[in-house]
Ligand binder design. Structure first.
Ligand code: AHR
Length: 498
């Protein structure tokens, strides 16, 4: 099997916004309690932040983290989790049927994010709350001083404003499972009015309106068009969410899912541009793919959990080798749309459908999906280049014309580095890969990283955290501007060049 790619440094898709490598922490399961925050853990600092987890997060170079939900946020009162710990109420979280102790909230998350090297993307509650809370939370977080909410923040020990720049106007408001689910008209109006007052408090903020919670939602497309009709002039981004799974053990289809992700992004872009045209607007709407991942392994075990526990082990997907390939393909899809997708959040970051797992009181380790995300975040910065690909293809029952080669290249003009990300979707055959980088002149190979495992179901665990990890033994060669490599069956490849 032979696949070819041509890239040219002048054929640029777009600048890769650093925030493409964002992630997400929700008050859900053990993401916060027992994940990033575990007072009394041997690795916890005086604020209760686990340093072993923090190091794993820092190594991913995550520029922005969405918080505090997710479905959780649609029943959340941010005021419950500020001020003295001992006076914070315990409340029922109806989204995940747990008890929320509110021992960690906005101020703790801002401190933790600083330590992680990340900015905060704050989601407001537009399920049970409305316009008043929307302006109050911006005043608490960002107003310098001299008003009730900003002075309250100062009294909580945070004199300087947090200056949170990015705000999500609710979460998945199209979903019947959402607390305070709304029609597109209802949500569009509310989001518009909330956006208006939030920007009156702080005109420097950027806002994300809720798009559909998946491509398969029956209201998809109408939802986007209606919401944008109401909010186009007041928001900078529209959100997309998508999770994939392999419940039928049909790996060929599972690996092809990112083709549908490409189509999803193209469709949402088209809807944004339709509304732009309709409004005769000069403004370009950008996309925030603020929830994406593989999610399905934990569905059955989650059904068996007793309700009203604090931080039970929810959504603890244990990821295998093939999940890492799908995550790699999804990252390539995001890079191929770097002109419009400016933010994206791998959902989530710790313990809950996450690249990082912990044991309460014990160790922390990287799951299989940690590695493609880390490679893309470290090496996929700069500009994303148009990949002209000729590849043999395959069909599945559901998805046709799936190229065996999924690939994209990035060029970092500052460092001079070129990176080719490539997945061989063929499950049993090697793929001969040839890339023509003609406009770059003679290239030098830095390294060819490979993530592969004969067992596509191999996983990393606390006992064997190194079962699936990348090696630098790929066989890529650079001959002038011609790059060649044999890509192992079902492998993720990162070919780094200067
Ligand atoms: O990330 C897990 C959940 O998935 C989020 O809470 C919700 O927004 C989505 O349905």
């Amino acid at each position: 099997l032979l696949a070819k790619m041509v890239v040219d440094k002048d054929f640029v898709i777009g600048n890769v916004d650093d925030r493409l490598y964002g992630s997400f922490i929700e008050h859900l399961g053990r993401a916060v309690y027992g994940g990033i925050y575990e007072p009394g853990h041997p690795q916890a600092n005086e604020q209760g932040f686990r340093q072993d987890v923090l190091r794993l997060v820092q190594d991913l170079r995550v520029p922005i983290i969405r918080y505090p939900g997710g479905n959780f946020v649609s029943g959340y009162d941010w005021k419950d989790a500020v001020g003295p710990l001992e006076s914070r109420p315990r409340k029922l979280d109806l989204a995940w049927r747990t008890v929320e102790p509110n021992q960690f909230g906005m101020n703790e998350f801002v401190d933790w994010s600083k330590a992680a090297g990340s900015d905060v993307m704050w989601a407001i509650n537009l399920g049970t709350q409305g316009i008043d809370e929307a302006r109050n939370v911006v005043e608490y977080a960002n107003h310098p001083s001299g008003s009730y909410w900003s002075d309250l923040r100062a009294s909580h020990g945070y004199r300087k404003p947090h200056n949170i720049k990015t705000w999500c106007l609710g979460n998945e408001m199209d979903g019947p499972w959402q607390i305070g689910h709304k029609t597109a008209e209802e949500y569009g109006r509310l989001a518009h009015e909330a956006a208006k007052v939030m920007k009156w408090v702080d005109p420097s903020i950027e806002l994300v309106a809720c798009g559909s919670s998946a491509l398969a939602m029956p209201t998809f497309a109408e939802w986007e068009a209606t919401v944008l009709d109401h909010t186009y002039d007041h928001v900078e981004y529209l959100s997309l969410h998508q999770y994939y799974g392999n419940p039928d053990n049909d790996t060929a289809t599972f690996l092809a899912r990112s083709v549908q992700m490409d189509e999803f992004i193209d469709s949402v872009t088209a809807i944004c541009d339709y509304v732009k045209a309709k409004k005769r607007s000069k403004k370009k709407m950008f996309l925030s793919f603020d929830e994406w991942n593989v999610w399905f392994h934990s569905h059955e075990s989650d059904k068996k959990l007793d309700p009203w526990q604090i931080a039970p082990p929810q959504l603890e997907d244990i990821y295998n080798m093939e999940d890492a390939l799908v995550v790699g393909c999804m990252l390539i899809s995001l890079l191929k749309h770097a002109d419009r997708v400016k933010m994206a959040c791998l959902a989530q970051l710790v313990n809950v459908i996450a690249p990082i797992m912990t044991e309460n009181g014990g160790s922390a380790w990287a799951q299989t999906i940690y590695y493609p995300f880390m490679h893309a975040s470290l090496y996929g910065r700069g500009q994303s280049l148009v990949p002209l690909i000729q590849s043999p293809k395959y069909d599945t029952k559901e998805i046709t014309d799936v190229p065996y080669l999924e690939s994209v290249a990035t060029h970092n003009e500052e460092t001079g580095e070129i990176t080719i990300f490539a997945v061989n979707r063929h499950l049993s055959e090697k793929l001969s890969f040839e890339a023509d980088l003609r406009s770059f002149g003679a290239c030098k190979l830095v390294e060819h990283l490979v993530l592969e495992n004969e067992d596509l179901k191999a996983v990393n665990t606390a006992q064997s955290p190194g079962t699936v990890k990348p090696h630098t033994g790929g066989n890529a060669k650079a001959d002038g501007a011609k790059i060649s490599a044999q890509l192992a069956p079902a492998s993720w490849n990162v070919i780094r060049l200067t």
